[in-house]
Structure formats: C-alpha cells, structure tokens
Design a protein around this ligand. Structure first.
Ligand SMILES: Cc1ncc(COP(=O)(O)O)c(C=O)c1O
Length: 403
C-alpha cells in the first residue's frame, strides 16, 4: 500500500483545452483562456477585478507594490503560515510583524492585532488557514479604525466563504493559489483579486512589467509604454487553458472533497471524545472548502510516532509550518509581538492526513490505520524519531509537500 499525501486531480478536459490554446496559436498570457478564468473568478467572487498570475506568491508581490510598502513599513500577519505571506513584503523592505493564532481555527488571533499596530503599520494580512475564514468582520473594523489595508492570503481559500462572502473578496485585495497541492490547480498558478477601485488600474500595469499593455490591447491607448514598476506576473495560455478545465469542475471537486473531509470528521469523533486528538473547528459563519484535514495530537513526541507509524503502513502524512518567527529569516527581518504560545504549541502538534480525489476506496483503510496509529502514539515510549532532531529530519522529508 502506498497512499501519498497529495495526488493532483485531473478533470479529463485539461489536455483538450491545452490543445485548443495550442491551435489558437496564442501562447503568451492574457488570451482567451486567461480571460475566461479571470471572468469566472470575478463572477464567483464579486471582486472588481481578478488577474491570473503565475502563483499566489506573485499575487502577494503585486499586492505589496500596490500597498506601497516602503522600507521599514510594518505588515501584521500570523507566523503560522507559508513563507510567501511574509516574503512578498520583505522584498519591498517591509517588516513582517507576527502575532499569535487562535487555538480553534489556527487563524490570526484578531484580538492581538491592535497591540501590534504602530505608526509604521501599513497592512494586515489574514491567512485563511485550511480554507476556514479568519474573523474578517473584526479585522476589517480594526483596519478601518487605523486606516490600514487588508490583503487576504486566500491561497487555500478558493470556493470557501465567510458569512457568504468568498475568501479573497473581503479585504482590499486577496491572493489565491492554484498550485498542485490546492483544490483547483494548474501546476503553478494564482490570482490577485482587487476589491478596491483605487488599485484596479495599477494592478494591471504592475502585472505586465510596469507597462500599460493591457490598455493597449483593449484599444484604450494607441501605443504601450513603461509607466510604473512591475514584473512579469502573468501565466501563459497553456496554464490558463489547464486551469479552465478545473474551474469548470470547481463545484463538483469541492463537493467531493467535502465528502471525504466529512468522513474523516465523523470517524474521529470517538478519538476526540477520548482526548486522543483534537479535530478541526469550523466556526458557524465559515463555509470551508475541505482544503485539508488535520488532527492535533497531544504532543510533538506523539505526532512523530504517529507519522512514523503511518509511514510503515504506506500512508504519508505531513506537518507544517515551521513558524516564521522562529525561522532564520523570520528572526532576521521580522518581529513577534506578544506571546506566540499557540503558534509554537499547535505547529508542533498538527498533522495533515491525505485528502485527494480518487482516495475514496482507501478511506476505510486510512481511517482504521490512523485510529490505530493514534492509539500506538499515545501508548509507546518516546523513540529517537520523537526528539527535536527527528523533527528536523522530517522537515526535510516533507519538503515536496510543505504547502
Ligand atoms: C498560506 C499560503 N500563502 C501563500 C502560498 C503560496 O502559493 P503559491 O505556491 O501559489 O505561490 C501558499 C502555498 O501553498 C500558502 O499555503
């Protein structure tokens, strides 16, 4: 038995659309398929403008330029996130200011944001972990009170919503990912959602190497030229064609993922009742997208034994994140405000289970082995793999699936 942690799902129409892009003879960006994808996103999210990018990282970088981040400006974010959340701002000279996460959703603790605001604060970057929304009402209120921008890192949030509003469409800007580990994929891929009219025109130019090329193609200017800073942030048509096949099936993909997620959730009630694990918590106002299923084990040692045990059965499980505030780069360029107790403790205890379309038939086996590995982890003596050295080895081992 070899059950990977992730397996990209193909709808079956990807190559058909790729062959159409090939036949169209337009392989650079912003052709028919890019426009279809942008239109789909705008319609689904209600955002003023959606711009396909070659990654969520790229979308965050555009957002950082739009937010006019200058050296020394501060950006408040969780430490429990992927590196791009911080890197996009550090590239502009910004200082990531890390605050702790909530114990229930593992999202930024909105009650700790105000204490981190200084005269240098420019933006708040809520990360919707596992496609479960942050408390956006509170965050938007804090931002309004202090005249700050909100840039949602909705990398994991496609097809998820908060009080009925799609993730990425609530802040001034939002960034989505279509990386192959996400629900809707194009290998690498992403999009910037622009929700504030002040930024729509400039976003287009930054994405197109700082030129007004998009305006030129719409016939709004008679020649295009260099007007701003920018870079090459748009994907080619082959990627967009692939993504279009996924977008067409986005509802069905999400339904099937939610079904797998619900099976895990139902089966692990007993383990939670026995205090052997904690299951994910989804607040009532959040409609999630089953991006991931994770368990919180009681300790780092038990998690290490759990992962090792499942590996022996051929089931790959992974953990993340190494908190940014304690990473070498985070220590160098960022700062943590207040206690990071939840971030430190929960990142040590979290383990992600396989969740991909096509694993339906193996679900019973996985659930059975997970249950027995939890029991094994809580009863065994600590092994070599359970110390901090073991943790570092596992970090290397899961590099490919770190997202
Ligand atoms: C929270 C978060 N932000 C940003 C990213 C970066 O996304 P991408 O790989 O599309 O650049 C990821 C990637 O997995 C992520 O999980």
């Amino acid at each position: 038995m070899n059950i990977p942690f992730n397996k990209p799902h193909m709808t079956g129409k990807e190559l058909w659309y790729v062959s159409q892009a090939h036949a169209n003879g337009h392989l650079a960006g912003d052709g028919v398929f890019t426009r279809k994808c942008n239109g789909w996103l705008e319609q689904r999210t209600g955002s003023r403008s959606a711009l396909l990018t070659h990654s969520c990282t790229a979308a965050l970088e555009i957002a950082a330029i739009l937010a006019d981040i200058q050296p020394g400006d501060e950006i408040i974010m969780p430490s429990f996130t992927f590196v791009s959340t911080a890197n996009a701002f550090v590239l502009r000279g910004g200082v990531p200011v890390f605050v702790d996460i909530r114990a229930d959703t593992l999202n930024i603790d909105e009650t700790r944001i105000e204490a981190a605001i200084t005269s240098r604060t420019k933006a708040i970057v809520p990360v919707h972990y596992a496609g479960v929304a942050c408390n956006m009402d509170a965050i938007m209120q804090i931002a309004a009170d202090h005249d700050l921008l909100v840039i949602e890192d909705a990398a994991q949030g496609v097809m998820a919503s908060y009080k009925g509003r799609p993730l990425g469409s609530i802040g001034h800007m939002g960034a989505l990912s279509f990386h192959e580990t996400k629900n809707i994929i194009s290998g690498e891929g992403g999009a910037l959602l622009v929700n504030d009219a002040r930024f729509t025109e400039r976003a287009e130019m930054i994405r197109e190497k700082g030129t007004n090329r998009s305006k030129f193609f719409r016939g709004q200017v008679d020649k295009y030229t260099w007007v701003d800073i920018g870079s090459s942030y748009l994907p080619g048509e082959i990627i967009a064609a692939f993504l279009w096949a996924q977008m067409e099936e986005a509802e069905a993909i999400t339904r099937r993922r939610l079904d797998l997620w619900a099976q895990y959730h139902q089966w692990f009630i007993a383990l939670e009742s026995a205090s052997a694990v904690r299951r994910p918590i989804v607040p009532r106002e959040c409609s999630h997208n089953a991006h991931m299923y994770y368990l919180l084990l009681p300790s780092l040692e038990q998690r290490s034994r759990f992962i090792a045990r499942l590996k022996e059965c051929g089931i790959q499980t992974v953990f993340h994140y190494v908190p940014l505030h304690s990473s070498p780069m985070g220590r160098k360029v960022g700062k943590a405000v207040g206690s990071m107790a939840n971030t430190d403790a929960l990142s040590d205890r979290l383990v992600r289970l396989p969740l991909w379309l096509g694993m339906e038939e193996q679900m019973a086996f996985i659930i059975q082995e997970v249950t027995s590995a939890v029991t094994h982890a809580s009863s065994s003596r600590p092994s070599d793999a359970a110390d901090s050295t073991g943790k570092l080895q596992l970090v290397a081992a899961v590099e490919d699936v770190r997202r």
